[in-house]
Design a protein around this ligand. Structure first.
Ligand code: FES
Length: 137
């Protein structure tokens, strides 16, 4: 769990695992609204929504703000085109959970990362439970 205060002064708490590809959010960046994942820029708002999702950066004309705006506009257009499908996918995930998802080779790095983060979270929870038990005597 990561507890943070964003630049607006609002306090947030999120699981230390980005819902996109599992990156640790404690390595993220505090934004005006929320805590931004350092991997692709997803900034969780609620369990099923986010403030930002930025997957590409202007690495070709960094001194030209119009290049960044153009890149953003093109990505925003693609997201808007996918929005309906993504919302339907989210509804299915809410209904069925992730248990029925099929692993594909293209997602192997994400799957490995999520399994590693799941294992680390389990180990951390076990250490916490062991510590509470030891303290309670
Ligand atoms: S892993 Fe966090 S935005 Fe992709």
């Amino acid at each position: 769990m990561v507890i943070f205060r964003d630049q607006n002064g609002d306090v947030g708490a999120v699981e230390d695992r980005c819902c996109h590809r599992g990156a640790p959010l404690h390595l993220g960046k505090v934004m005006e609204k929320g805590l931004q994942c350092g991997y692709h820029g997803l900034t969780p708002e609620t369990e099923t929504s986010c403030f930002y999702f930025w997957s590409a950066a202007n690495g070709y004309r960094q001194d030209d703000p119009s290049a960044t705006e153009q890149l953003f506009s093109e990505i925003d257009t693609a997201f808007q085109q996918d929005k309906h499908v993504v919302q339907l996918q989210q509804e299915r995930l809410a209904e069925l959970g992730e248990g029925g998802l099929i692993d594909v080779v293209a997602d192997s790095a994400r799957i490995h990362m999520r399994r590693t983060v799941d294992r680390l979270i389990d180990e951390d929870r076990q250490r916490s439970a062991d510590h509470k038990e030891a303290v309670a005597g």
